[in-house]
Design a protein around this ligand. Structure first.
Ligand code: FE2
Ligand code: FE2
Length: 164
């Protein structure tokens, strides 16, 4: 635990436990996105699927990085990331990705990913607004802004693939 890290944030007036809870929920979202994206990258079919699978793998890797960044911050603030997998699904803001019935339907696959990314964008946007309101935790603010930026890129990437 980063005792000083927590103390600074606490003294600045942040409700640290409330912040940790929000970070844990986002942490759960990242694992879930990673799980579904990894599954999709392996399972989609058809002529266009290899190119799209490699893009899905790329963003899955970034979701896994986000998970790690959030875990680090949770620990620095004196919290503990959830240790049971089932808890992730319970606390997540975005608990599933709508996997399309037809795994050769690339439009449906892209739409499912865009929908998931939009959920993530909303979560990080809210978190960033909350952090802007309390103005006292620049470290978390920086992490969340960085993650939000990547979620926006993910949405944009799959909108482009879809031709939106
Ligand atoms: Fe992410
Ligand atoms: Fe993403």
């Amino acid at each position: 635990m980063g005792k000083k890290a927590r103390e600074i944030v606490e003294k600045a007036g942040v409700k640290v436990d409330e912040l940790i809870d929000m970070l844990k929920k986002a942490y759960a979202d990242e694992w879930i996105a990673f799980f579904y994206y990894s599954w999709l990258a392996k399972m989609i079919k058809g002529l266009e699927s290899p190119a799209i699978a490699s893009k899905i793998e790329e963003i899955a890797k970034e979701e896994l990085e986000h998970q790690g960044e959030l875990a680090d911050r949770i620990i620095q603030l004196g919290g503990e990331p959830p240790k049971k997998f089932e808890e992730l699904v319970k606390i997540a803001n975005c608990p599933y990705v709508n996997i399309p019935e037809k795994l050769e339907d690339m439009k449906a696959v892209c739409k499912a990913i865009i929908e998931a990314e939009r959920c993530a964008i909303e979560v990080y946007n809210k978190l960033l607004n909350w952090l802007t309101g309390v103005k006292a935790d620049p470290v978390t603010f920086h992490i969340i802004r960085h993650i939000l930026q990547e979620e926006v890129e993910h949405e944009d990437l799959f909108e482009t693939i879809l031709g939106e």
